[in-house]
Design a protein around this ligand. Structure first.
Ligand code: SAM
Length: 291
C-alpha cells in the first residue's frame, strides 16, 4: 500500500503531519480534493490541504456544531445547512425529530459525490431522508435570495479561504439574521482558537455587526490544527441553558458521544487568552509576545 504524507502548517515552524494511502485526488471547479485512508482516523476528506473531516473523529465536530444550536431552540422545524458537503452536519440535524425540513446548500457537488463514494459512514443514509433538500449552489447567493425563514442556520464551511471567504463577511451574517425566525439561532465553525485567532476575531467581530447576541464556544477536534476549535452561536438572545438542553436531548432521544449538558455549558467558558482575542484591536495570536 503506497502511503503519502501531507501536513498542515498553522504557524511558522509548526506542522501537523499525516501519512496515509491516497485513495483519490482531483481539482474540482472550486478546490483541490484529496481522500486518504488514514491508519488512525480512517477515511479522511482533505480540501486544499486542510483536513475537513474523518470517519473516526467527525462526531467531535458535528455534535458541537449542530446540537448546541438545535438544543438551544425549543422546537426547530426548518433548518438550513450551508456547506457541509460530507453530509455529517445534515445527518446530525435530522436526528432531531422536530425537524420537518432541512435544506443543505453546498457549493461543490464533487465534495458530496466523493464523500458518498469514499466516506459513506459520515452522511449515512441522510441523502434518502424525505425531509432533506440538497442543493449545489453558493451559500451566499442562496441566503441573499428570497425565501422562507429558518429556525436554525448552521454554516459548516471550510476556512475563510477560496469559496468560504464570503461566509465570514458582514453582508452574509446580516442576511442570515434576516432569514432567521424571531427565536432562531445561527451557528458556524470559526477555526482554531489558538492558531487562527485572526480568523476567530474577524468572524466574531463581523457577526456582532449583524446579530444582537453572539457567543463563542469551544470544542475539541483531533484532526484540526491545535485540536481546540471554536464555533459561534448567535441570535436575538443567546441563553446558555444546559438543563433545558438536557431535557430537549432526552425528549428528542439524541445520542451523542461528545456533547452532553455539562459540555454544553462548559463550552462557553472561555480562557482569558481567547476572550481577550475577541476584542476590537485585540492582540491576536496566543504565541504573540506580549509587550
Ligand atoms: N468541518 C470542516 C471544517 O471545519 O473545515 C468543513 C467541512 S465541509 C466539507 C466544508 C464545505 O464548505 C466544503 O464542502 C466546501 O465546498 C463548502 N463551501 C465552501 N464555501 C462555500 C460556499 N460559499 N457556499 C456553500 N458551500 C461552501
Amino acid at each position: 500500500m503506497a502511503t503519502s504524507r501531507f501536513f498542515e502548517s498553522p504557524a511558522p515552524g509548526v506542522e501537523f503531519a499525516y501519512e496515509g494511502e491516497l485513495l483519490h485526488a482531483e481539482d474540482s471547479r472550486f478546490q483541490h480534493i484529496d481522500i486518504y485512508e488514514h491508519p488512525t482516523f480512517g477515511r479522511t476528506l482533505v480540501l486544499d490541504g486542510a483536513v475537513q473531516t474523518s470517519e473516526r473523529d467527525e462526531f467531535l465536530y458535528h455534535e458541537m456544531l449542530v446540537h448546541v444550536p438545535m438544543l438551544s431552540h425549543p422546537e426547530p422545524k426548518r433548518v438550513l445547512v450551508i456547506g457541509g458537503g460530507d453530509g455529517g452536519t445534515l445527518r446530525r440535524v435530522l436526528e432531531h425529530p422536530t425537524v420537518t425540513e432541512a435544506v443543505m446548500v453546498e457549493i461543490d457537488e464533487r465534495v458530496t459525490e466523493l464523500s458518498r463514494e469514499y466516506v459513506p459512514s459520515i452522511g449515512g443514509d441522510v441523502w434518502d431522508d424525505p425531509r432533506a433538500t440538497v442543493l449545489f449552489d453558493d451559500g451566499n447567493a442562496y441566503i441573499h435570495a428570497d425565501g422562507e425563514p429558518f429556525d436554525v442556520i448552521i454554516v459548516d464551511s471550510s476556512d475563510p479561504i477560496g469559496p468560504g471567504i464570503v461566509l465570514f463577511e458582514v453582508p452574509f451574517f446580516r442576511r442570515c439574521y434576516e432569514r432567521l425566525t424571531d427565536d432562531g439561532f445561527y451557528s458556524a465553525q470559526t477555526g482554531s482558537a489558538f492558531y487562527f485567532q485572526g480568523e476567530v476575531n474577524m468572524a466574531y467581530t463581523n457577526a456582532r455587526a449583524a446579530f444582537p447576541d453572539v457567543r463563542l464556544y469551544l470544542g475539541h477536534v483531533t484532526t484540526y490544527p491545535g485540536t481546540l476549535w471554536s464555533y459561534l452561536l448567535a441570535g436575538d438572545d443567546v441563553e446558555v441553558d444546559a438543563p433545558a438542553a438536557l431535557a430537549r436531548s432526552a425528549e428528542r432521544k439524541i445520542s451523542a458521544r461528545y456533547w452532553n449538558p455539562e459540555i454544553h455549558a462548559a463550552a462557553f467558558a472561555l480562557p482569558g487568552v481567547i476572550r481577550e482575542a475577541l476584542g476590537p484591536g485585540a492582540p491576536l495570536g496566543v504565541f504573540t509576545p506580549r509587550s
